[in-house]
Ligand binder design. Sequence first.
Ligand code: PLP
Length: 410
Amino acid sequence: MEFNTKLLHGKTASGYGQRELLPPISQVTAFQYESMEELEKVFAHKSMGYAYTRIGNPTIGAFEAKINELEGGAGAVCTSSGMSAISTALLAVCSSGDEIIAGNGLYGGTIDLFHDLEKLGIHTVFAGQLTGERVKELITDRTRVIFGELISNPSLTVIDIPELSSVAHEAGIPLFVDSTTATPYIARPLSLGADVVIHSTSKYINGGGNSIGGVIVDGGKFAWNFDKHTALSDFKKYGRMALLCRLRTDIWENLGGCMAPINAYLSYIGADTLGLRMERICENAYALANALDKEEDIEVNYLTLPSHPFHEYVEKELNGYGGGILTFRAGTKERAYKIINSLKYAFIASNIGDLRTLVIHPASTLYIHSGKEEAEAAGVYEDTIRVSIGIENKEDLIEDFLNAIRQSRE
Ligand SMILES: *Cc1c(COP(=O)(O)O)cnc(C)c1O
């Protein structure tokens, strides 16, 4: 089954209680039982059933099953946000004294989280560009996880998942990939060798810009060494399912970052059009990047441009697509502001993955608290404009951007 067909007809796309065509919204806190004996069985995991929405809910379960099927995982756990997914996944496998190896140029919130984890005794080693060679140098006997973003935002660097996972696996360490900007339409990190995939569903998966959410998908294939991954040692008897079991029955449940049922519903119906939207978004981004590239005083950063340093990965890992984010440099901050302010169709907003085109000046917003070096490592300069491409007609987008650029010269 191809992607769009699977979204509508996959094995997780039906089977709801009253033959509903979509999962009903179970916007409830708790579930009632006829007898105490029945509820006891649910708590003891001896019978299937829901008790309390933080621990399980059919609407959330339907969305988890859908994303899990798209990513080809063994199981998925939804969270209140993308940040909740990242923090929960890392805390599930790291204890005080453990180390994480991560790339630079990551999502700002993730970098801030690594600083928070320092205070819990979990140290992050930043690798610069996350390559197999670099990771090999940095692995110590304390390393517990390698963490990278498949396509970094907004620098648009790409990690080589097959290479990284083989280096990581040789050392008995799993590779966790934040695939938010790639989406399961463009890449399936588990099939490339990653062990865990994380998404902020707030972005492309929801697509309509109407709910914050996150998801952790475990491939269920990693052979945990419980002497090394002591954070999972209570779950040793579950073998390769240890991480999923710890998430579901322990750390995810106890940290309490569940997704709201209404958000699961909105994200579920949003995901139904993920393939269509990504197809259109990537087509628009490609067209706009090529049009901007012809302007001599504009420097464009988009993955499919032949001059892009990660261009080869478009075919190798990204199914031929460049994704929905492009950045360009306008020369000065003043000119960047002028261009942004004169755009007609791009909303000025701090988000990506919406079906509307969004634009922002990252240096004075997302990176306002970062040092110059940190920002530049993420591809953010004083004159950088980030565009999250939407599904509008490309002719209108191109005309709008070219007009704004022309006006900025006056
Ligand atoms: C937005 C984003 C996050 C954080 O997700 P939230 O849903 O905002 O918590 C993490 N990683 C990437 C790549 C993102 O774009």
